[in-house]
Design a protein. Sequence first.
Lengths: 586, 93
Amino acid sequence: MSARLGRAAARSIPYGSSPLLASATPVWRSRFIVAGLALAFAGLAARAAYVQVIGNDFFQRQGEVRYARTLELPASRGRVLDRNGEILATSVVAQSVWADPEDVDLNHPRLAEAARLLQMSLSELRRRLDVGERNFVWIKRQVDDPVARRVQALGIKGIYLRPEYKRQYPHGEAVAHVVGFTNVEDRGQEGVELAFERELSGRPGSRRVIKDRLGRIVEDVRDIVPPVDGRDLQLSIDAKVQFFAYHRLKEAVQQHRARGGSVVVLDALTGEVLALANYPSYDPNDRRRLGGDQLRNAALTDSFEPGSTMKPFVAALALDSGLARPDTPIHTAPGRLQMAGFTISDVHPYGVLTVEQVIQKSSNVGTVKLAMQMQPRDLWEAYTRAGFGHRPEVPFPGATSGRLRPYKTWRPIEQATMSYGYGLSTSLLQLAQAYTVFARDGERVPVTLLRRDTPVAGVRVYRPETARAVRHMLQLAAGPGGTAQLAQTAGYSVGGKTGTARKQEGRGYAARKYRAFFVGLAPVEQPRVVIAVMVDEPNNGVIYGGAVAAPVFSDVAQQTLRLLGVPPDMSVQPRIVAEALPEEPV
Amino acid sequence: MTRLNLVLLGVLLVSSFALVSLQYESRRLYVANERARSQAVQLAAEYDRLVAQQRALAAPARVQQLAQRQLQMRPAHPAITEYVALPQGGGTP
């Protein structure tokens, strides 16, 4: 090989004398090439710098978009529990069915089956899918998990599932007004669900992942931000008491063909609301046909004139200020009293009544005579300290403050009517709370919807002796010769006051529309519960609080005390009949 | 020298293949882990749903109805209750 090369080299012209070299090439040409290459490299460098440094974020992002996904990790909403841990509201996973209408074959043979599973007509399903250019449409939200899986199993192209949370209310209509409900986006709309939205709702977390071609997650890009679940909320409500109260109220409303009713049960020691029920109610699991009336938590949002249930506050103020003693006689004959062109009258005319008997027999005339000896300001202060005219402490949406006008604007006739509960208004919860003054030896306790284990300090309204004396009056009212004998309950001593108030309509009072009340406490010596009952427009012959509302109190008080484990304070004639077995000869 | 280079080349190849297969294995395990995790979430959801269902079945409204209808039971009240006084100081016998 080297020989051949040698021969070729020998044949060729020596390098130095190449004619090509001899011709004078212009220098600029080589410089031009070098400059061109340099420029090209500079261009590459600039581009690299742009991609790596200046536009780095953009390219990084564009790259990630093609393989990385951010997944939202949903946080579950806190549960609502009763005082013993019973679930009143909880979130369960439900599937929402959605579709990409462009992909769905409207004549798919199994579409009818899907419509049947989703409880809609085939034509409606088709109408939902026929929306033109959109590529996302909800078909049905929050379908039960097993049903949704069967829809998915039909294998219709273009129909997909998306997991969501759905709220469930195991106790249904009995606690509906207290617990409220959430909307389809899991946000509170009513009741506790709305009032404690911030505590209940969690904070969703997120994770950034790399997905492969098949959509499987193959790697986490950065640390997972864990979701923060909502806090569980423990209410003061006792599901058993609540159910019983609701059930008993419903019976009473139906029996008296009334428009509705409410009942509130308070723990007198702690101010906890043990039960708060209204009828008519609704099933929060199925809210398709809901009207405004059913939704209202009437015990908190409606205010009304409390009628005779206000009288004990007047009597208490009279005792407290030394104006009277329980046995001070008051002339109520002839059962009527003329005042500024109005006639104030009693249901039955009585002669001379003691202050105790005025409450026991619920005499309007006697109460007015007591009240007219007081300064408007003193009466106003006593009412205000008992909680009338301002919102109760519960953070409930729409809770009313009732109405108590400033004493400076009172005319004498108004002071008179206010003493027996007309011309001011209150909610049932306020009324029940006000009665804790008598149950707690003169202190008004702040009410709460959340569980509270320790007794709390209250606001002093009357002296303890006064409260005890009024309690005795309330016991008389529920005893023989009182207006509320039906409030009696086996085993426990009770006290309370009836009320029957005419309903306001427009500017005056409706002719035959009444509200029947009973507010009471039990056991009388050491009250544990305060129960207020209101029945709206009883329409079956009897209208009086003593006949309509007191029996509800009686049954609810009995069950509540039994459930709270309060031993009976009165001896009961036992009705346990031990069946005597015939003696057998041994 | 050449021999050393060949050995090193071999080591490099082995290590590269090991890296690739480990990466593959790691992703496979990750996917399996993901699947197990999503199954855990699904089972937890199922559990929650069943607990809710159980509570709904044990709701006082339903229990009372069944007790009254099927077992002819009625609510207790003091008149049909016998109260037993416990000896001082002792809660449980």
